[in-house]
Structures are given as C-alpha cells and as structure tokens.
Ligand binder design. Structure first.
Ligand SMILES: Nc1ncnc2c1ncn2[C@@H]1O[C@H](COP(=O)(O)OP(=O)(O)OP(=O)(O)O)[C@@H](O)[C@H]1O
Length: 684
C-alpha cells in the first residue's frame, strides 16, 4: 500500500504580488532538505513501524515533565482496557443466556447478572476515563512549557550568522510549531494507547470466539489507515512548502494594523495597495487549501468504499457461518458487537496514530533544531581575555555575510588603543557596523585575527568578550517594557538598582523624558498596550544612551569591567544642543578609562576623536588623527569633512558635491584619494 513519494504543488508560478513585494516565489521546493524528503516519502507501514519509537519519545517527555500524572494515565488506561474486555465477555454471556430456551422471565433472570456486569464495566471505564483526562490535563501544559523553554534556550544561544542562514531560520520556524506539537503528542499518545489497549481487549475476545474474525477486522480498518496517512503526508508537505508564503501574508495583514506604518498607510494610501496584494496572496494559498481539501475528499471516499466493502463481506461470512451451523447465534451476536467495537478502536487507532505521527514530524523538527542549535551555539569557555587590554589589534580581518559573495570587510588592519575615542567613518555600506559586530564577537572573522593584547579572540571565552562590551547600535532594541526596565536591561543581572538608574538618567539627560510621563519610570514604552506610550526618536536615543551607561559602568560576572563602548550613530535623532552634550559625555567615558568606538556621519564630532579610521567598500582607506587626515590634500576624509563644513558656510571654494572615500593601495599603504572635486583649501 505504498503511496507516491511526493506530489507536485499545483501552483508553481510566481504571483505578481510575490514578485513585486518579495522579489520572487515564497514557497520552498519539496526537496529543500533530506529530512523533509524522508518525511514526505513515509507510507502506512512506516508510520506503523514508527509508533513504538514515537510512544517512547512521548513517554520520555512526559516522564521528565510529571511522573505522577504519567503513572495515573497508564493505570487508568490499562484498567479501561480490562473493563472493556470484561464487558465484552459479559455481553457474550448475557446473549448466550437470552438465546437459550425457556420462558422470557426465566431468560431475563438468567441474563441479569451478566447484564449488571456489563453496566458495571462501563461505569468503571467511565471513571477511569475521567482520571486519565485529569492527569492528561495536568501533564500536557507542563510538557509544552519544558519544550518551549528548551526551544527558546537553543534559539537564544546560536551564532548571529546562523540566524541569517535561510535553512536554519526555516528550521526555527517549523520547530516553533513543535512546542505545541509536543503537548498534542502526549494527548495523541494517550489516545493511541487507549485505542491499542481497547483493540487488544476486543481482539482477544474475538480470537477466543473464532480466529477468522481477526483478519476480517483488520480488512475493515486497513483502508482507513492508508487514507489517513496519505492525507497527513500531503498536509505536512503543503505546510512546509507554504510556510514563508503564510508568514508573508500575515506580515502584510500586520502592516495595515500596526501604529508604526499607520501614517504612510493613510497619507500615501498604502492601505488599498497592501490589501490588494494581501488578497492576491491569500487567493494563492486558498487555491492550495482547495487542492488539499479535494485530494483529502478523494482519498477519504476511496478509503471508506474499500472499508465498507470489507465490512459487508465480513457480515456476509458471519451470516453464512450461522446459516451453516458453524457458529452459534449468541457467538455471532457477540462477534458483531466485538467487530464493531474493534473496528471503532482500529479507526480510532489509525486516526490517532496518524495524528501522533503528524505531531511527531513537528516534534522531530524541534529535536533537530535543538541538535542544530547545539551545533551552532556560541561556544562556552575558552582562553581568558585581559580585562582592560592596552591595545586591540585587527590583523587582516575579512568577513563575508552568509549567502553573500561580496565581502563586507576585506583585509582590515588597525589598532584601537585603550582609553581613547576611536571614530569609524565612511560611506553608507562601507562596513562600519559590520566591523563593530565582528569586534564584539557577534560575527567571527573569516580571515585574519583580532588580538586583545596578544590574545586572539577567536579562541577566547565569548561570554567574557560580550561582558566586556557595551553596544548602542544604530537601530538598538526598543524593548516593549517600562522605562526603568529599558535602562536597567543594560546589565540585567544587577536587578533594580535606584542609584544605577539615577546615574544613567543623569548621564543621558533622561530625567525630563521620565518626568513628562504620568507613570514616570513605570511608564510602559510600547504603544498598543494599556498605558503604553510612544517615545520620540530622540527620547529613545536618550534611553539607549542611559542603557549603555548602565552597562559601561557596571561589572559583569566575575567582576569583569566593561572595556569597549560601541556607539553606532548615537546622536542621529538628537537636537543640536543635546548632540553636543552627548558627544561631550562620550568623551567622559574615555576619560574614565573606557575605550569608545564611535560611528558617525557627523564629521564635526570626529574632529575631537583621538583616532579616526576611514572605511571604503569594506577596506581601510585612511587612519590618523583629524589633523593628520586633514593634512592630506588628496584624502577622502578631508574632502568629506570640507563638504559637510560647506553646508554651513556660505561658500567653501573648491569643494564639489560628491565624495567617495578612496580604496587603499594594495601594498598595504593607506592612500587617501578623494574622487570628486575636493579642493586644496584648509578646513581644520
Ligand atoms: N545582515 C547582513 N546580511 C548581509 N549583508 C549585510 C548585512 N548587514 C550588512 N550587510 C552588507 O554589508 C555591507 C556593509 O554594511 P554595514 O552595515 O556594515 O555598513 P555601514 O558602513 O555601517 O553602513 P551605514 O553607514 O549605512 O550604516 C553592506 O553592503 C550591507 O549591504
């Protein structure tokens, strides 16, 4: 009863909406990984063979979550099966008494004890069923919680580059379903166990009546099993293939309702635009749903017809046995009851085993994610890093993002001295943010080394590296928490420390922002929640600066102090006065012994930096102090500085309107070369 390995999706074309909005088809090919291939080739017998293994998985998860509940379920289900077998035998006895010869009163009296036994067995079965449901209700949420925590722990620890790997993020998406599937795996396992034990009871009784009844029972149920497995396999394949498409549709729906996009949705009339594309994408997935429904109906009709034929044949054989005198009427009556009970058990077994298998596909994804996350996890341990190195040296560092061919960084060699403000400048996309991500250990360089006073960070304890860094990213996280939590998450292990909070607010000039809110520090900085507010870009930047201050001035585990403070465009949203004050405070951090890396396009601020590194197309093009760089008449930095200065001066002779940072000479010597019409005037 093999099913075809894979079935093609009906819609292989790319809808206009997918092409326009997402640049192509958002559906995976069936053969995207060997794992799904294996799952999609599964047939009925394979599922049956896997049941013991799946039950073992469920048992292990349940045992870890709540042993008492598991024992209650096992005892209750075995008790129910015994009660069912006993009830069936009592039915046989009652029928035999009724079909004996004698007066009606006498026959009924003779059948009464057996009839009472049937009633007692079913009452006991009901009570045991309630106990089993109670224990299941207690067990399932615990199992789901354990699985969710394991999933989140795994996801939180993987290397950043893994999160950008499309295969891994797809696995992450499908494993997300695995956490709820674990819960259902437990309930399906209980149901499978119930059906199995019930079937064993009915089968045992049928075997004692006549061995030929057993194969008949199997013949009735087998087609339904085949149909259920086939439909489940189809559903799973479709779900996997359409995962990204569904996510993208959900994203479109969200864009219409979320406050962030609301202004453009209204003023630019984006609403109808998105709605149109949403409808087009929803229609595409509707077609897929229709295809699934049609295929499931066809399979079900075929399975039911075959099963019906088998049932008709079975009852005909029974009739023939009775007619031929090979079987007593009472035995045939019990056989009919037994076959009906057994067939119901088999149908339920097939349905639940199939459900179990379906859930197991997602649980398998979850388990695979945990293995992959372990493999891709940021390693723990490693060589010790110095607390406050005198110099951080980059030697020939290169890095290419996963899936990209052009390197984001090429052969970067530079030094970052301790206690200084070091500015990183360059055009958009020149590699500044990437460089700091490599510096703080979020990405590992593909080539070259990063040395902290001679210790290579490649083999260093990454937790020590993270703990030594305070990062204020360009698009830093605006946590949907209170203002207090948003600042103190700079060093979460320090808890709620009022002095720390005040120091950070003083530093970032955050008090006016907090005082303007009705609930002060307890204000929820997330619009859309009750009492939540929306902060302006500049207000958020102060929150970010306060958070960085908390991290910069506190020690991490083992008393490790922060060494590097990385500020990526920290003042882009501040007003002029606040910006000047913010740069002055950044300087204070360096004066306290911290090493500050400042990324900014405001070259006025870099004039005060102790050292400036200029990047162009992922390479270092110039290095030096502001005066040194301004002294190079052909330097790109000088040209850019003059261009910016020219925006404020009425006229800066000789400065053109386009600036390109130059590429360094290949012999390793830095050669600034301004491409444009920068002149030779001084602008220092
Ligand atoms: N996560 C990523 N995945 C793939 N490519 C990336 C990623 N982040 C950045 N890049 C690419 O790496 C290059 C360097 O980007 P980076 O963000 O480091 O530049 P930048 O100098 O900080 O730019 P900007 O001044 O605009 O902030 C760019 O070509 C960018 O497209």
């Amino acid at each position: 009863m093999k099913t075809r390995p894979t079935e093609p999706l009906t819609d292989e074309s790319v809808s206009d909406s997918e092409q326009f909005l997402f640049g192509g088809r958002l559906r995976y090919d069936y053969g995207f990984t060997s794992h799904e291939q294996t799952m999609l080739k599964i047939d009925f017998l394979t599922v049956a063979r896997q049941i013991p293994g799946l039950l073992r998985t469920a048992l292990r998860l349940a045992w870890q979550a709540d042993r008492t509940a598991l024992v209650v379920i096992a005892v209750a289900e075995i008790g129910r099966a015994l009660a069912a077998a006993f009830g069936l035998l009592a039915t046989s006895r009652a029928l035999a008494s009724l079909f004996a010869s004698g007066g009606a009163d006498q026959l009924l009296r003779a059948a009464l004890p057996a009839a009472l036994a049937v009633g007692g067995a079913s009452a006991l079965s009901a009570l045991l069923g309630i106990a089993s449901s109670w224990a299941g209700g207690r067990l399932e949420p615990k199992t789901e919680r354990a699985a969710t925590v394991a999933f989140l722990q795994g996801a939180a620890r993987v290397e950043l580059a893994s999160l950008e790997d499309p295969d891994f993020s797809r696995l992450l998406e499908s494993a997300r379903f695995g956490t709820a599937a674990v819960r259902r795996l437990i309930s399906q396992s209980i149901a499978v166990l119930t059906a199995l034990l019930g079937l064993a009871a009915a089968g045992g009784v049928l075997l004692t009546l006549d061995p030929v009844l057993m194969p008949m029972l199997i013949l009735i149920a087998a087609p339904k099993g085949w149909g259920a497995v086939r439909s489940a396999r189809r559903r799973y394949g479709s779900m996997m293939a359409w995962l990204q498409h569904h996510r993208a549709s959900a994203l479109l729906a969200q864009l219409i309702t979320q406050p962030h996009s609301a202004p453009e949705v209204r003023v630019h009339a984006i609403g109808p635009f998105i709605l149109g594309h949403y409808t087009a994408m929803a229609e595409a997935s509707e077609q897929e749903q229709n295809r699934l429904a049609r295929a499931a109906a066809t399979t079900s009709v075929l399975a039911s017809a075959l099963s019906g034929l088998a049932a008709a044949a079975t009852f005909a054989v029974l009739g023939w046995f009775v007619h031929d005198g090979q079987m007593a009427l009472a035995v045939a009556g019990t056989a009919v009851v037994g076959i009906r009970t057994g067939a119901a058990d088999i149908t339920s077994l097939v349905r639940t085993a199939n459900g179990l298998y379906e859930e197991a596909l997602f649980v398998a994804d979850l388990e695979r994610l945990q293995r992959e996350a372990g493999r891709r996890a940021i390693p723990t341990g490693g060589t010790d890093l110095p607390h406050r190195p005198d110099t951080i040296t980059l030697e020939g560092v290169g890095f290419t993002y996963p899936g990209r061919t052009t390197p984001a960084l090429t052969d970067i060699t530079l030094e970052i001295p301790r206690g200084k403000v070091v500015a990183l400048v360059g055009d958009n996309g020149s590699g500044k943010s990437t460089l700091v991500k490599v510096l703080c250990g979020l990405y590992l360089p593909d080539n070259g080394r990063i040395l902290w006073d001679g210790t290579d960070t490649a083999g260093a304890d990454r937790d020590q590296l993270f703990s030594s860094v305070a990062v204020l990213e360009q698009d830093f996280q605006r946590w949907p928490f209170t203002l207090r939590a948003n600042v103190l998450v700079g060093r979460p292990e320090h808890g709620d420390d009022p002095a720390l909070l005040k120091g950070a607010a003083d530093y970032a000039d955050l008090h006016p922002v907090v005082e303007a809110q009705d609930r002060g520090w307890d204000t929820l900085a997330a619009r859309g929640f009750q009492g939540g507010v929306q902060l302006s870009g500049g207000q958020w930047q102060r929150v970010g600066a306060a958070r960085t201050h908390v991290r910069a001035l506190t020690n991490g585990p083992g008393g490790r102090p922060t060494h590097l403070v990385i500020a990526d465009e920290p003042t882009s949203a501040l007003d002029a006065q606040s910006e000047i004050a913010a740069f002055a405070r950044i300087r204070e951090l360096a004066d306290q012994g911290l090493t500050v890396i400042l990324i900014t396009h405001r070259l006025g601020a870099t004039a005060d930096a102790d050292l400036i590194h200029v990047l162009h197309e992922g390479r270092l093009s110039e290095s030096g102090t502001h005066s040194e760089l301004m002294a190079d008449p052909d330097g790109g930095y000088r040209a850019a500085y003059l261009l910016q200065a020219g925006q404020f001066a009425a006229e800066v002779p000789g400065v053109g309107s386009t600036v390109k940072w130059a590429v360094p000479a290949q012999n390793g010597q830095l050669s600034g070369q301004f491409q444009g019409s920068a002149g030779n005037d001084s602008g220092q």
